[in-house]
Design a protein around this ligand. Structure first.
Ligand code: ATP
Ligand code: MG
Length: 419
């Protein structure tokens, strides 16, 4: 095929069956948000570039080489949103949400753009859901977002184990950083090319290296550097969620790829995803609002990839198979049309022939696409009645038009229960 008419590398077309699964997840996310009191926030698909460069940090992968940035005709530097947290922080500051009663609970569902190497589970446009809790410095806030994550994953049948770590604070992180730099200086030649570059500017990120784990495993452990407050915070978060039966393990090499994290970081992985195993990730980012023009506000949250959740959940998420009715036309006339609209008036998904098919062909089509077929027209119609057939169980009945919707609905519901 002519390459010009192919979608851009790393993007996807989502066809109805998968779109129905995505829609299922969207409803799951919004229902969990509602349960915990998170309100939906929508921000623009693009922001001024500074929001991400200053918010996410210019030493990060998504800012350094994964950005889709452009200058518009008015000379404004813009970037397609690569992640949601910095954009929400910008909106929080700009709309004065710090004046709202605390805590402020927000969630989003939005497309993200990163020019990464496309692979299974890794796209250049993907969708993320994310939860952000502003205003509380307490360990209970970290624990709440972890419980939100658990409930969401439970909604698709996943029982997560959460990996957590603490990146410390301005008191204790510098000491750890210095120890890491010294360690990497010793092991410089053994580091991969990317990490040699990172080792001085962003040494924590070396721990996240996907190429070689041995050096990270021998590195100093940040737990030995935590100040009293950071240790107490981490212990409290872990105790609170363990108390709720959530399985958590500390992972010393967990650092996350963005600069704004402070203290808590966490991730959930799923082995069914292969190399792209991160289902969701998050943590605390108390200083972020100050990077995008506001006063510092404590905040914690997480984001997850919709496509990865879909892959991890697999067939546990229903596709397009809504049970529907099909109204076949008996003889000439337009009775089927009338009946179809009548069923739709009763909120029953209904299809009707648009291909001028014979009755026999309509019946065949009905058996492919529907669970119940209604025959409209002919002698019964003259007597004010229509024939109904269950296509899965073979039952038949003749009912007055006025009672049709109730019968079809009952049969569709019963058919679903039996599956
Ligand atoms: P990874 O380690 O897989 O690159 P990440 O640390 O870059 O993930 P975040 O920036 O925290 O991920 O984004 C949140 C979530 O979005 C990830 O946990 C993952 O589920 C999903 N995600 C991130 N990048 C992509 C992508 N390019 N395509 C699809 N999903 C993605
Ligand atoms: Mg990434």
């Amino acid at each position: 095929m002519d390459e010009r008419w192919q979608r851009p590398r790393g993007t996807q077309d989502i066809l109805p069956d998968d779109a129905a699964r995505v829609e299922y997840l969207r409803r799951l996310v919004s229902s969990v948000a509602q349960l915990y009191g998170y309100g939906r926030i929508e921000t623009p698909v693009f922001e001024q570039t500074a929001v991400f460069v200053d918010g996410v940090g210019d030493g990060t992968d998504i800012v350094q080489h994964e950005r889709y940035s452009f200058v518009d005709a008015g000379g404004v530097a813009l970037t397609l949103r690569p992640e949601g947290t910095a954009a929400v922080a910008r909106a929080y500051v700009e709309n004065g949400l710090s004046a709202w009663p605390k805590p402020v609970r927000l969630y989003y569902w939005a497309p993200m753009f990163r020019r990464e190497r496309p692979q299974k589970g890794r796209y250049r446009q993907h969708q993320q859901y994310g939860f952000e809790l502003y205003g509380s410095p307490e360990p209970s806030a970290d624990a709440e977002v972890l419980l939100v994550a658990r409930r969401l994953l439970a909604g698709v049948g996943l029982v997560p184990q959460v990996l957590v770590n603490s990146l410390g604070c301005e008191v204790c992180r510098p000491g750890y950083r210095a120890a890491l730099v010294a360690y990497f200086e010793k092991h410089g030649p053994d580091l991969c090319e990317d990490c040699q570059r990172r080792a001085a500017a962003n040494p924590l990120r070396v721990l996240d290296c996907k190429q070689d784990r041995t050096i990270a495993q021998g590195a100093p452990d940040i737990a030995d550097f935590w100040c009293v407050a950071c240790r107490a915070h981490q212990d409290a978060v872990m105790a609170l969620v363990a108390d709720q039966g959530l399985s958590v393990v500390r992972e010393p090499s967990l650092v996350r790829g963005l600069d704004y994290y402070y203290r808590t970081v966490f991730e959930v992985h799923d082995s069914s995803l292969g190399a792209q195993s991160t289902v969701l990730g998050g943590g605390r980012y108390d200083g972020l609002t100050a990077r995008v023009g506001g006063a510092p506000v404590p905040a914690v949250g997480f984001a997850g990839g919709v496509e990865r959740l879909l892959m991890a959940a697999g067939r546990r998420i229903p596709g397009e198979g809504v049970p529907r009715a099909y109204v076949a036309q008996v003889g000439p006339g337009r009775e089927a049309w009338r009946v179809a609209e009548l069923l739709r008036d009763a909120a029953i998904p209904t299809e009707v022939d648009l291909m001028a098919r014979s009755l026999k062909a309509q019946m065949k089509e009905a058996s492919r696409r529907a669970a119940v077929v209604v025959l409209a027209g002919g002698q019964e119609w003259e007597a004010g009645r229509v024939a109904v057939r269950g296509l899965r169980d073979g039952r038949e009945s003749e009912v007055p038009l006025g009672g049709l919707a109730d019968v079809v609905r009952t049969w569709l519901d019963e058919g679903q229960e039996g599956e």
